[in-house]
Design a protein around this ligand. Structure first.
Ligand code: 1CP
Length: 359
């Protein structure tokens, strides 16, 4: 069933238009990880509910999704969830340990690989779809709603390492030592991700982002073999499934953190929007995307938010000077940190909204 028609009409379509390729005189802005830990109201909320309780209860997830929208004039909302709900739906245990982050106490091994349960995984994630539908209603068309997923390689990393890692050496050991099994896993994840994104779009997501946050641990050869083909398949098959299901196409965003070594290839995949991380030089980004059919998103250093207001303002303006007037969505160059000062977020948004772009 399609819910797409019964939602309130979208009042602020700035970000969606930029994603599809318009160059605008007003810049859209959202912030990766905006619905989270740096918000005092979220920290209060977390005292009463566990992380996955919030994810799995549409009322609670919707409440957190709306928190940054109530506080700031952002041009998009993102559904409150996590990339690790997929490993969870595949039967793995995922714990959110305060001060540590995600822990998978029984990581994926060559021996327990066959215990993963891809059948029915997306049905088990229906709560994300329900949270999206509810959030879309409660947003009342104020701004568009992002759905999202982790990319296959990034999910594989967490599954094999049993959590975050400084090197991803266990997961890379699979790539070098067990390439066939790695492909089997990445392919299985890709299938689940495709169905998951289509489910999110069916549920009301108006734009979707693929987070390949661990791309930085790979290199050109590895990304060509274990990254790009799956990212390409996700784009193509989501598009095909959306058409087959008679849903409306939504813009698709790819953020591959630290993947300098393949930025031109990433730009050529065909995603509508490509994220530039905070380490990328805007001039280099611009030279790569010149005449390409793509919108750039990014790329202020999340740590720039620690700078005094004047310095921060200068940094934001420098960035806008480089990107404004092109296909562009303003964002940080990675997720916002838990100790980012709220006033700096306000400054970021104000500077962007007060910038008049000359096309
Ligand atoms: O805007 C939002 O915060 C909305 C929801 C969101 C998103 C988009 C969360 C909630 N997580 C994510 C994506 C996510 N999760 C990524 C990709 C983006 C990125 O690279 O930053 C990754 C790598 C994760 C894995 C993850 N989940 C980590 C490790 C990375 C990190 O940020 O340090 C951690 C700590 C989590 C937990 C988590 N996820 C989300 C929140 C609000 C939290 C904090 C946990 C808590 O409240 O206890």
């Amino acid at each position: 069933m399609s819910f797409q028609t019964k939602f309130p009409p979208l009042k602020n379509d700035l970000l969606i238009r930029a994603a599809w390729g318009e160059t605008l005189d007003k810049l859209p802005i959202w912030i990766m990880r905006q619905a989270g830990r740096y918000l005092p109201e979220f920290q209060e909320f977390r005292k009463k509910h566990t992380f996955f309780e919030i994810c799995q209860n549409p009322e609670l997830a919707c409440e957190v999704t709306l928190m940054p929208i109530r506080r700031f004039e952002l041009d998009a909302a993102i559904i409150f969830s996590d990339i690790l709900v997929i490993p969870q739906a595949l039967g793995m245990i995922v714990e959110m340990r305060p001060g540590v982050g995600p822990v998978l106490p029984e990581p994926l091994t060559l021996e327990n690989f066959d215990k993963l349960t891809p059948e029915g995984a997306v049905q088990r994630l229906q709560y994300v779809g329900d949270a999206i539908t509810l959030s879309r209603m409660r947003l009342e068309g104020k701004v568009p709603l992002f759905g999202f997923t982790g990319a296959p390689w990034t999910l594989m990393g967490y599954m094999v390492e049993g959590g975050g890692s400084k090197t991803m050496s266990k997961a890379k050991k699979w790539l070098y030592g067990h390439p066939e099994l790695s492909h089997k896993l990445l392919s299985m994840l890709t299938d689940v991700i495709i169905d998951y994104l289509v489910m999110q779009i069916r549920s009301g997501a108006q734009i979707v982002q693929v987070f390949d946050s661990s791309a930085e641990y790979l290199n050109k050869d590895l990304y060509h073999e274990f990254g790009l083909p799956y990212l390409e398949r996700i784009l193509k098959q989501v598009r095909d499934e959306v058409t087959k299901s008679k849903l409306e196409q939504v813009p698709m965003v790819l953020f591959a953190k630290g993947a300098h070594f393949c930025f031109p290839e990433i730009v050529n995949l065909g995603y509508n929007v490509v994220g530039a991380d905070w380490t990328m030089d805007p001039d280099v980004v611009n030279s790569i995307v010149e005449n390409k059919n793509v919108t750039i998103q990014g790329n202020l250093d999340p740590c720039a938010l620690y700078a005094p207001k004047e310095e921060l303002t200068k940094k934001i303006k420098n960035m806008l000077n480089k990107f404004a007037g092109k296909r562009y969505i303003v964002n940080l160059g990675h997720g916002i940190y838990p100790d980012a000062p709220i006033e700096s977020v306000q400054t970021f948004i104000d500077v962007v909204h007060n910038t008049k772009v000359h096309k």
